[in-house]
Design a protein around this ligand. Structure first.
Ligand code: ATP
Ligand code: MG
Length: 362
């Protein structure tokens, strides 16, 4: 079970040098606008992903007039340290330098719910793949190898197609087919597990979020044409070879696992026709199901929810929080503080954020 026992933050956005000792249950950070709530959520996300969900620029997240930021966390027995500047990028786990972000994600599996990242239902295919592959990674950690290999080989193939280098293509098609079949199998298997979880009785609490009679569904498309058996490397390889001519004309691989998508629907209504509130609620159901699946697999993730009352009304906040409490997952959430009475019913540990300073409230 992943739990941050202590978190030190140094010059991350408006958060100066300080540390907090969160509880292993629900931690609520309240503060007015522009005090540092989203910055804190971003800092924790950064620790688990070695990147921000808001920007690609390191300079943007370092406190103004400073050169470097540091984040430190004690997670059970493990100590994770991240230090970043324009020229420096040091990550250590238990004082050992690591170059591999997946080791970080393994220690700190983080599920985030924030409009800054975007909702999964009616989100872009890229966002959908990012949430999907987050789940795939946490149930099957060696899936990273297939993703890395796929991306590398895809780049090679596109370069060959641009330069019309026909001879080498078959070799790389086979390499791509190997990792694509693996990725497709992993994604399909993961979504099957997730579907079983959505429809299992364990989600009773969540059925209060949508009418139990409503039919929430989702369909995966692997990104490969219908005539390909996406789980078979032979089938993928043969298809690529057969369609080499067409690929040489378009000069890039315009289908494949990098184009995978998930289509959501509610009562047979496609996601684009759903209201913003329905899209939000279904996204939350999807995310919480991912959390439940991991809890069932004993990889309790850490949940981050930014600005909870702007995302959910009081009834829904109550359901979600009761649910997270039941699952016993460490949660960091922020709020402006107007909904405190319902939030209080789940008895969170409350911190106040004022101008970048975080204080435990008694
Ligand atoms: N690199 C930086 N250095 C210093 N301050 C920064 C940096 N980047 C952003 N800030 C400031 O941090 C402050 C807090 O931002 P944050 O987004 O965390 O606010 P918030 O508490 O989430 O507010 P809201 O309730 O409006 O969402 C803002 O005033 C912002 O300008
Ligand atoms: Mg904010």
């Amino acid at each position: 079970m992943a739990v941050i026992n202590k978190l030190s933050i140094n010059q991350f956005r408006n958060l100066e040098c300080q540390y907090i000792t969160p509880s292993k249950g629900i931690n609520l950070f309240i503060g007015n606008n522009a005090q540092g709530k989203t910055n804190l959520i971003e800092a924790i996300y950064y620790l688990g992903h070695n990147r921000s969900f808001k920007t690609k620029s390191i300079k943007e997240v370092i406190r103004f007039d400073h050169e470097v930021f540091q984040l430190n966390a004690q997670i059970g027995e493990d100590r994770v340290k991240l230090e970043k500047s324009k020229n420096k990028n040091t990550i250590t786990i238990n004082q050992q330098r690591i170059n591999n972000t997946s080791q970080l994600s393994k220690i700190l599996p983080i599920q985030i719910i924030t409009p800054d990242k975007g909702f999964i239902v009616n989100g872009t295919p890229k966002i959908k793949r990012s949430y999907l592959d987050w789940g795939v990674f946490h149930v099957k950690q060696d899936s990273v190898k297939a993703f890395k290999s796929y991306n590398k080989v895809l780049k090679n193939i596109n370069t060959l197609l641009i330069n019309n280098k026909v001879d080498e293509l078959n070799f790389w098609f086979l390499e791509l087919a190997k990792s694509a079949a693996q990725i497709n199998q992993n994604r399909i298997h993961y979504l099957q597990q997730l579907k079983q979880t959505v429809f299992s009785n364990q989600l009773n609490l969540l059925s209060e979020l949508i009418d139990p009679l409503d039919n929430f569904n989702y369909q995966f498309s692997s990104g490969w044409p219908k005539e390909v058996d996406e789980t078979s490397k032979q089938s993928i390889y043969q298809y690529l070879c057969k369609n080499k001519g067409a690929l040489l004309r378009v000069k890039h691989l315009n289908y494949g696992s990098h184009k995978a998508n998930i289509s959501f629907s509610l009562n047979d209504k496609k996601e684009c026709f759903l209201s913003r509130g329905e899209q939000k609620t279904l996204s939350i159901i999807f995310w919480l199901t991912q959390v439940l699946l991991l809890v069932n697999l004993e990889t309790n993730p850490i949940v981050l929810i930014d600005d909870i009352s702007s995302e959910l009304d009081s009834k829904k906040i109550n359901i979600v929080l009761q649910y997270l409490k039941t699952l016993k997952v460490q949660t960091f959430m922020t709020d402006i503080g107007h909904n405190l009475s319902i939030i209080n019913s789940i008895n969170p540990t409350i911190f106040q954020i004022d101008n970048g300073t975080i204080k435990l409230m008694d």
